[in-house]
Design a protein around this ligand. Structure first.
Ligand code: HEM
Length: 482
């Protein structure tokens, strides 16, 4: 440890085996959350510091300029995923989130191109988002379709966003009460809830040890269920293709079609390929897990913020009515004409900061950051939440103030909820399209009313890997434009 520390940024003194865990737990208790704990460490040790999770040193960058200097300017040094422990469970170096090297490049490029193709030409992505938006609002609530809709925020947005990603992946929608969806959602929330920071870093030998089996079954079992569902979807599609009930027309209409086209082509040409059906199930598993909970949680945060700030809803709606005359929906082409709505979405993502840190990277060579050495192979991350609560950038950071993005040109560049650099979020453009279309049209079409107490703008999971908003119900009351 002593020798290793010489090649790492400073940080609290670690003990053998347990590293800084005792201090981390003490600070969690003292400060009441992970972000406050890491803010304290930043104040003591500076913008780059090391925390030992047991025997493993992990390095944190807590400043935007340093994150840019490392992840953008030296992208190759900071571009590999640190994929051990629970992150590598099921994936075993495959998929998009936890793979590296050529495999990662091929699968990331394929997924990006396929999702981008949905955005070109007839703009399938926008069509699918709007179709699901209209469907969900028309199906929820009472039978009076033009009356108010009463719902639970997280269930409503889970169904909406789950259906959009499912439409893009396999052309299927989830319905309320659908047992498969309920089980899928439960698996995801149970899995993410039980997942602790230590599990991310467990070495494979420890994960496989007999004395860890109960814990691994408990936290990873739900993820196995999601993986099996993904495998079943692949088997079902292949059976339909073989029976002639599903025909892939040209490029196909969803991700699975596009992948099967590539798989068949590689097979025909005798290429030694990683595009196998087994890997298709893993890619879909990754896209589903990464693409569902993230966006739907952000929308739940958005409504919590808007319920607390009716003046923001009013101002955003005025902008949208001025643009559309109240006669049509908002489309992605309107984005440059809606600066206030854009600022509202930015501020929601800043306040929510649903993922505190980038998924961990691994330095590929010895390097120096802010004058401090970092050895090759070190696990490192950018602390997104510390950047988003940096008072120098975001004054009065606990307050919801969309105007800050209008008053301070270029501030939006320093907002990085999708991560930064080579491994930044693959679904960023899809998520941005969903947030813009759903929030913009919802503000245009509905008044928001709380049912019961107005939810606090405060996370209910200060120690979790994902920051969740309070659970609350709300009412969407249709607005009739003159
Ligand atoms: C508001 C919604 C979302 C947020 C805040 C978000 C945030 C993030 C963050 C912080 C990362 C880690 C980046 C890094 O390590 O530098 C990430 C990675 C990723 N996200 Fe998202 N994400 C969102 C939506 C989506 C959607 C809709 C999809 C899929 C369609 C998606 C797919 C992925 C994938 C595949 C990765 C791994 C990328 C790689 O390793 O190359 N995300 N996301």
């Amino acid at each position: 440890q002593w020798i290793k520390r010489k090649k790492l940024p400073i940080g609290p003194t670690p003990l053998p085996l347990i590293g800084n865990l005792h201090q981390l737990f003490f600070f969690y208790w003292k400060f009441g959350g992970c972000v406050q704990t890491y803010r304290h460490l930043e104040q003591v040790y500076g913008k780059v510091f090391t925390v030992w999770i047991g025997p493993l040193p992990t390095v944190y960058i807590s400043d935007y300029d340093l994150a840019h200097e490392t992840h953008i300017k030296k992208a190759n040094v900071f571009g590999a995923r640190f994929a051990v422990g629970a992150l590598n469970y099921i994936r075993e170096g495959r998929g998009i989130v936890a793979s590296n090297g050529e495999f990662w490049q091929e699968h990331r490029r394929f997924a990006l191109t396929t999702l981008r193709n949905f955005g070109l030409g007839r703009n399938l992505m926008e069509e699918k988002i709007m179709e699901e938006y209209r469907y969900r609002f028309s199906q929820t609530g009472n039978n009076n379709k033009s009356g108010p809709i009463e719902t639970n925020s997280s269930m409503f947005f889970d169904l909406l966003i789950g259906s959009i990603i499912n439409q893009l992946l396999i052309s299927e929608r989830f319905e309320q009460g659908d047992p498969e969806f309920e089980k899928l959602k439960e698996s995801l929330s149970v899995g993410l809830e039980k997942f602790g920071v230590l599990d991310i870093f467990l070495p494979d030998w420890m994960m496989n040890a007999w004395w860890m089996k109960w814990r691994m079954d408990d936290i990873l079992g739900p993820f196995s269920w999601i993986h099996r569902l993904s495998q079943r979807n692949v088997e079902r599609r292949m059976a339909l293709i073989q029976s002639g009930e599903h025909v892939i027309d040209g490029d196909g209409t969803d991700f699975m079609d596009a992948y099967i086209n590539k798989y068949e082509k590689d097979k025909r040409e005798g290429v030694n390929t990683t595009f196998t059906l087994e890997n298709l199930a893993i890619d879909m598993y990754d896209l589903w897990i990464a693409g569902q909970e993230t966006t739907s949680t952000t929308l739940s945060w958005a409504c919590a913020c808007l319920l607390n700030h009716p003046e923001v809803v009013k101002k955003a709606r005025e902008e949208l009515i001025h643009l559309t005359g109240g006669h049509r929906s908002i489309s992605l082409a309107d984005k440059t004409s809606t600066p206030y709505l854009n600022a509202v979405i930015n501020e929601v993502q800043r306040i929510a900061s649903i993922l505190n840190v980038n998924i961990f990277r691994q330095t590929s060579e010895d390097t120096i950051v802010d004058g401090q050495p970092i050895a090759a192979g070190t696990a490192l991350t950018t602390h997104l939440s510390l950047i988003h609560t940096d008072e120098k950038l975001f004054k009065d950071h606990t307050k919801f103030i969309p105007e800050r993005f209008l008053e301070n040109e270029g501030l939006d560049k320093k907002l990085i909820p999708f991560g930064i650099g080579k491994r930044a979020c693959l679904g960023e453009s899809l998520a941005r399209a969903e947030l813009y279309l759903v929030l913009g049209n919802m503000i245009l079409d509905y008044d928001l009313e709380p049912i019961g107490e107005v939810p606090q703008i405060k996370t209910t999971s200060p120690f979790g890997i994902m920051k969740r908003p309070p659970v609350y119900s709300l009412r969407f009351v249709p607005v009739h434009h003159a």
